[in-house]
Design a protein. Sequence first.
Lengths: 525, 256
Amino acid sequence: MNLTELKEQIKHRWPDARCEVDAASSTCEVNCSRAALPELCGRLFLGWNFSFASLIVEEGASEWQLRYCFYGDREAGWVHVLATAPLAEKTFPSIVKFVHAADWHEREAEDLFGLLFEGHPRLGDFILHDDAWQENVEPMRRHFDAQAAMLHRKPDADWRPRRIVQEAGAFVMPVGPKFSGVTESVHFLLETVGEDVIRSTPRLFYKWRAIEKLAEGKTADEVLLVAERFAATTAFAHGLAYCQAVERICGAKIPARAKILRVFLAELERLRQHAGAIQEICESTALVVANSQAGILEEDLLRISGELTGHRYLFGLLALGGLLCDLPNDACRRALEKSQHTLKQLNELEKRLRVSSSFLDRLEEVGIVAHQNAMAYGLLGPIARASGLVRDLRKAQPYLGYENIEFDVPSEQEGDGYARLRILFAEAKQSVRIMEQAVAVLQKGGVRQPLLLRAGAALGWVEAPRGGTFHWVRLNESGRIARYRVVTPSFANWHGFHLSVEKFAFQDFPIMLSTFDLSVAENDR
Amino acid sequence: MSQWVITGLRTGIKTTVYPRGAERAPGVTPGLPCGGAFDAAPGKVLVDCCPTHVFSQINGTVSADTRRCIHCYRCVRGIEHPAGWEQTYEWATVRSPSESPNEFIPAFKRSIHICVVDAGDCGACLNEVKQLNNPYYNMHRLGFFITPSPRHADVLLVVGPVTDHMRVALKKTYDAMPTPKRVVAVGACALTGGVFSESFVCAKGVADVLPVDVEVPGNPPPPLAILHGLLLAVGRKPPASLVSTSSEMETNAANL
């Protein structure tokens, strides 16, 4: 179904909705009444096979605007469903009945804007922890001062998390926020009656740095620094998504060489991140030699990145309108050769892991995420592809000229830990394949086209190593950020993480955590 | 299982010569900007181009407070007179040598247990700490071990600017550690707050919450810089005499 057909369908079912199709950006904006929201979104998500990307709340001068972004396969394009309400009315119908993927988006909006979503089964205690924040703080509202000094509140010692399992003998095993060796800060409430985890509730946002609030009022270039640095293991992907949003607002034309170099660097980052994820999986299964081997490969790739660009995590390369500096062709070729060599070793490692029975025992049929669940939760990236959900933004909604590059999107059906590991290995191969093509077509030319900033708003999207990331940017007349909304793949995947843990034994918990390759920094923002 | 043993043996020794010698492999460090002699006009451009105010200009000399550097490369890329850049990695500095009340017993200096707390880090610093366990850096050979429990820890290694939600957990972890103990703050965010700086949910770094002994600048600092910081914290590397650029700058600023 293309956008014109879609418009007809929507007109037919919801005569009151106003549809505007923008062919250039293949986006259909649908203005509908608040009451029509759940069914319209539900039809898109469940009926017409659109994926849910983002819920963007904007506080205008006199009204709320809620924008639900959906994307389909290539010809289907983007659908933005918009609903408005006067500022005094803060109630919207919840769409989670049909679009479960929007669950955490609505909880976030409730916490930060004070909006109410009627029909949502569980609001409260999300970003602002109930034991630390008083009621009625709405930090994302315009009148809230982000620079105000931190309030030194006294934590509420009597606060207790909600418990689901009520059987006799049931207890909660709290884990975190500081746990294990070198881990990001997150808290888990594992409910159990003995050996198996029955319910797992991750309590996140210990690392909430409120980057969406901090960005407001800053210049576009200053926010690029934040976009690169809030989740630095995938810094390039997030910086790129932000740049693409701003460049789309300004109608910028990016030099061809900059585009190809961006592809090259994005795939180098994916390769490095996947090697890191493989190392974590080897570590969690206590396979010492494999852990060391994967550790060597990750460090090799960090050094390749460092040698090519100066920075091991690819900071300071992106600029609005291209790249901050050019990379010499022979340096790119050298980086490619080294990456190919690393890939060869990665393949060797894979071959050995595939015949190590003790290793496979711990991954196979462990932490299974069923296809329907992955779909309902809107899981993204390698995790989704391991459960047979193949949509990849590089194919579905191509950017940077990915449509001209040959590569496959690997997918598996089992949805267990081993399937997720196989996806990581398969994607690493594809990344090198893309890098080879990028180096082959490197042409001469500049790498940066200065931007003329202008007011407007746009969405930038990138298939980051962990899955799709969506950055919504609104610039005001003076070229400063009026609204910055970031949705990351870890935000979607943490939402579905409990699916893999429940009904499995405690000792498998670290393995499931590592096969999910979740970033807390990316989720907490 | 024998294939793994053979694979391990065939890989050979990958471990860096540091701290016995200098590591010269490419890509082990992003380097840091340094000051130098600049004319008034290009010097001012340099001072203004830095989003985190690393540079200050005094009488034709530009000096750099590397604690603030977030590796945005605005001072070297796309600028007519770029700042100097040093590909070093021994960046750690002792914050307040006079205020170290308790010394580690010399015999314990070679078995140090480290508790790592993520207080709002972006993932990069933590990933670099994780690299210390890979065969390239292998910090076990130097007697450094990571422990999950603060009760067993001698050194508290903190990454991140300290978010509001992590403040209590960080303090509790510190209090649970037996004395003598050291606090090592790793990364620009842990030193100055970095790009997240002071806001309603973020402190200006670890020093706002805990007494910090050793600071490791960089965004993120490479594994070798973190290793240098650890060696400094337990007194196995002497604090360099000229490393404290920040305090130097403060005195300079006071003289102005």
